[in-house]
Write a protein that binds this ligand. Structure first.
Ligand code: EPS
Length: 388
């Protein structure tokens, strides 16, 4: 059913991250610079740790693209880990000359212990290297390809930060264009400058306390045609697919679509979006979008709006109590270096994941081996809707 197949590989301090994407039609203009722009956006934001000073992520397109256009064949993307150079003798596929010191003090909140038990690894680095959010750079690269595809049919995806810790942005009355422009220009990707200043303070305070902060971001997709996803089977419902994609991002603990949990607190009359008809635009319209652009698991033509809640990063300078998995002795959790807050970065990853799901749903509905074919199918469907 899925028309787009993709996977990532790579350890945080290994040689590189790799992604493979199959299903993008031939004839899509795609430049490494487009991908690099998103990779750079993911690296920004007050609260990132020392690692971001080491990395300057750049993609290399090693398959599926020729002369700036996709070929319809699998697209291979690689992002080199610059930090790998300082992990010689500790990371890499060849047997080690001397065994590297194992990481045995499991960090609460990370995959360390559950993964160590599951995969029977006593050096927890064998788990954390892949569980690390470094992998999200590869997702963002795949997302950039999908955004190029969506852009060709008028779909735009952006994300902005709604809250960090207990500081929430005031966004009442901001239209989507303002929300997009203001958040794009802001370091923490928040459209409310006063809230962003308070967010910086909160991150600064958390950092000095050896603590970390989470937050909430929102992903918005505009220009999405009516009819992506389907009500007919559980795994075709697009809200379910979006929720899965967002929830799969490292450290995400909650996802909402439209009003989300707030809908459960309101009476139906203040949740659902009354339908009107515009003769001029020959389209159905809504004055509100509590549904977040999805009804019955199908896009309804309104902007798709999803929110995701990120927990505070689990690597704490003031480490929590834990146990050494080899000696079984009580020991504080391991700490090397870490981010204090990565919500702004996670919002860019959320943008990528939503773009990937929407691109897949678009290809599923309209198909096509070439962009010419896909665009013709989309145009034909739009004509059909106008005659409905
Ligand atoms: C991460 C730990 C930190 C982050 C990293 C995610 O890396 P390190 O252990 O090298 O200090 O900087 O994020 C990235 C490298 C990235 O590109 O986002 C973790 O454990 O999840």
């Amino acid at each position: 059913m899925s028309r787009l197949r993709w996977m990532t590989a790579g350890e945080s301090h290994g040689p590189e991250l790799t992604a493979l994407v199959e299903g993008i039609p031939a004839g899509l203009r795609l430049l490494a610079e487009q991908v690099d722009a998103d990779l750079a956006r993911r690296q920004r934001g007050y609260g990132r740790g020392g690692r971001m000073k080491i990395e300057t992520d750049r993609v290399e397109l090693t398959a599926g693209v020729r002369g700036g256009e996709t070929l319809g064949s699998p697209i291979a993307l690689r992002v080199v880990n610059r930090d790998h150079a300082s992990w010689q003798g500790r990371m890499g596929p060849a047997p080690f000359d001397a065994p590297p010191e194992p990481l045995t003090r499991a960090r609460p909140g990370h995959a360390d212990l559950a993964g160590g038990l599951k995969y029977d690894r006593h050096d927890l680095r064998d788990v954390l290297e892949r569980a690390s959010a470094r992998e999200t750079a590869a997702r963002v690269a795949v997302g950039a390809v999908c955004k190029a595809l969506l852009g060709a049919v008028g779909v735009e995806v952006f994300a902005h930060v709604v809250s960090i810790g207990s500081v929430a942005a005031s966004l009442e009355g901001l239209d989507l264009a303002t929300l997009r422009a203001r958040s794009a220009a802001a370091d923490l990707r928040c459209a409310d400058p006063a809230a962003e200043a308070a967010m910086r303070d909160a991150i600064h305070t958390a950092s000095h306390a050896g603590d970390t902060l989470g937050g909430v971001f929102e992903v918005v997709a505009t220009g999405v045609p009516v009819g992506l996803g389907s009500h007919v089977q559980w795994d075709r419902k697009l809200d379910g697919r979006l929720a899965q994609a967002l929830m799969s991002i490292q450290a995400i603990k909650g996802v909402e679509i439209g009003l989300g949990f707030e809908a459960a607190r309101r009476p139906g009359s203040r949740v659902h979006d009354a339908i009107a008809w515009s003769d001029e635009a020959r389209t159905f319209t809504r004055a509100t979008n509590g549904a977040g652009g999805l009804e019955g698991g199908i896009t309804n033509g309104e902007p798709v709006m999803c929110r995701a809640a990120m927990k505070p990063i689990a690597t704490l300078k003031r480490a929590l109590g834990s146990v050494d998995v080899v000696t079984k002795q009580a020991h504080d959790a391991a700490f090397e270096r870490s981010d204090v807050c990565a919500v702004a970065a996670a919002s860019v990853v959320g943008e990528a994941m939503v773009a990937i799901v929407l691109a897949d749903a678009l290809l599923e509905k309209f198909g096509g081996d070439s962009m010419v074919e896909l665009e013709r199918h989309v145009r034909g469907y739009r004509d059909q809707l106008e005659r409905y």
